[in-house]
Design a protein. Sequence first.
Length: 366
Amino acid sequence: MMTTYPFQPNTSPRRQLETSIHWLKKNLFNGPLSTLFTLLLGYFAFSAAWTLLDWSFINADWVGSTRDDCRSDGACWVFISVRWEQFMYGFYPQAGLWRPRLFFASLAILILLLAYEKTPKKAGIWTFFITVYPCLIATLLYGGVFGLEVVETHRWGGLLITLVIALVGIIASLPIGILLALGRRSNMPIIRSLSTIYIEVWRGVPLITILFMASVMLPLFLSHGTEIDKLVRALLGVIMFSSAYMAEVIRGGLQAIPKGQYEAADALGFSYWKTMGLVILPQALKVSIPSIVNTFISLFKDTSLVLIIGMFDVLGIGQSANTDPEWLGFATESYVFVAFVFWLFCFGMSRYSIWLEKKLHTGHKH
């Protein structure tokens, strides 16, 4: 039986209207009880949407510099505009704000180039993005060379620290996860056992505990006078934690590849690494795209946990701003703004994942 949907392509406007009306009668107004529930749910949904729209836009205050400029009953976005630079860059020096701004701009350009289907030499851009680019950004933000002032990482914050942790975690966890997944499926007992132990240990410990251990306990095991930057410790914890989860995602993709693919590679005389690099891994990664992106989204949201070790990401800056005596009472605006920032990035990754699935025909769809 063919399923009809409210909107179907390649049909006339009249046919689309008739199809839509048929779908509404069948699914939303199929009898008195169904009609009643549809009207009630529609009323509550419209009321909630209108209340949110009225609070966030219609009756909101947008322009000003103090809380006295917030006189309406709606949201006070003046609070966000006054704290904008802190939400974006934390406590980065005012004179050096061009450096994180350059980081944001370059990251946006690279993402657009990689997302655009017809970008030439995309493989070279990917290689630059995962190898050279992180080093350049670390040098730019920290300074100490080329006359750049040194900015200690404890002054970084806001969206800057969120993107740095997420970007490094995503770039590093994927290749490490691939190696761990291959190690867990290895025929060599020692490698298989070590990979399994690593994965199970790190997957069995909450990230908040790992961050706490990296910040508080790790320095106790170092020799006297040896110090590791707090941000570096947090990055190591995030990478080790995320790579364990990524390994299981990749392992699931490897198990989905038919045995015939391995036999075909053996028949062609391919070595183990050539088989994995040219035949198995491309298919496994394609199958695992939804799970991989889901892990990246979880990693991006988990960056807010660095607040426990004294690092103020965008959520930490929001909580800190809520304690300002001059702006008490505007916590709702702060949390709504932070939630929107996280949603924007997570939604973008999700939509890119869907587009990539369709482009690569994930699942061998016809």
